[in-house]
Design a protein around this ligand. Structure first.
Ligand code: TRP
Length: 336
């Protein structure tokens, strides 16, 4: 059986980057896998979150998955904090993972920055909790972006060491599903930076709650260069770096249209950016319109979103609890 687990952080609003880089793929996977999609609020507090913002963003995350087309009855949309087995298994994994492994994690180094002493202990243990998210369901496949590949390798290392230490073949070695081109959506203001919910400029991103007018304005103001639209995809990272904004808009177009950069270059190469931006706006509004309007409807009905999270989390508890029970028995916890 093929079982998918993936998670998204409720540490801000949700952007076109989240949609094209993750959620759109999650929607497609529903056809062939049993899917569990998690709002990872335990991970979010590894960096301080204002409580009222965290609550709002957790709801917004669930609403985004619903609006994008995840079916909460056939699959599961759940909240990490509502299934205690994640944190419980994470503790066991904290005792399996080695400091040397954790010290290699590049995301921790990036997020902690220079002042490592003031990073939270949770930020350091983040990948161990991520391994627990996945393995508490014995998930076989995890769709992730490039930036999470290392965490998935750690997940396999933890599974392997647990299996080895206890002489069992208990946890699967989970496979990553890495998605192809244009999953890296960059800022509309600076093509060398990832599109981010935390960028101070709202013009750097398209939010999944933006209206058609906002989308149009942001694409119009998006940074480009004086040259026409490239007539070929970038031949290398170096070529891409010469015109990052131009290739970013092409990549976004390709992802929204479900086609390749090469096809977009063939159709639009040589045009002025003003014309290409009009085409991109039309496409973005057409593809995102149903999502953004459904988001706005769900925003007015938080009770419905909460009900989805309660139901999904309850069904997840029923799956995770027996697996955690097994782990507790394997490691020797007494059940008097
Ligand atoms: N760390 C992931 C990210 O920031 C989110 C995440 C948490 C996740 N737990 C997960 C992704 C388990 C995949 C599987 O994108």
């Amino acid at each position: 059986m093929k079982r998918i687990f993936s998670g998204i952080q409720p540490s801000g609003g949700f952007t076109l980057g989240n949609y094209l880089g993750a959620i759109k793929n999650w929607v497609a996977l529903q056809k062939d896998f049993e899917c569990i999609y998690c709002i990872v609020d335990l991970h979010a507090i590894t960096m301080f979150q204002k409580p009222e913002d965290l609550r709002a963003n957790s709801r917004l995350g669930a609403a985004t998955l619903l609006a994008a087309g995840i079916d909460p009855r056939k699959h599961k949309i759940m909240l990490q904090s509502m299934v205690p087995a994640h944190a419980q298994l994470a503790w066991v994994f904290n005792c399996v993972a080695r400091l040397g492994w954790m010290n290699r994690m590049t995301q921790f180094k990036d997020k902690a920055g220079k002042d490592r002493d003031s990073a939270s202990l949770g930020l350091y243990a983040y990948p161990s909790l991520m391994a627990a998210d996945i393995l508490v369901y014995k998930a076989t496949h995890v769709p992730v972006g490039e930036d999470q590949k290392q965490h998935l390798e750690l997940t396999r290392d933890i599974a392997q060491k647990f299996n080895h230490d206890y002489g069992l073949d208990f946890f699967p070695l989970t496979e990553p599903l890495i998605f192809g081109e244009a999953t890296r959506v960059m800022s509309l203001r600076d093509g060398s930076k990832k599109m981010s919910k935390s960028d101070p400029s709202d013009f750097s991103r398209i939010n999944l709650t933006d209206s058609a007018e906002q989308i149009a304005e942001k694409i119009k103001k998006a940074k480009t260069d004086p040259h026409p639209v490239p007539d070929a995809p970038p031949a290398s990272e170096a070529t891409r770096a010469e015109r990052p904004e131009a290739y970013n808009l092409m990549g976004i177009y390709a992802a929204l249209a479900d086609t390749t950069m090469a096809a977009v270059a063939k159709e639009h190469g040589g045009k002025q950016f003003s014309a290409f931006k009009n085409a991109l706006t039309e496409l973005a509004v057409a593809k995102l319109g149903s999502i953004t309007s459904e988001m706005r409807r769900l925003e007015k009905d938080p009770g419905a979103v909460d009900a989805v999270l309660r139901d999904g989390s309850e069904r997840c508890r029923a799956m995770a609890d027996p697996i955690l029970d097994e782990v507790y028995r394997i490691v020797g916890f007494l059940k008097p």
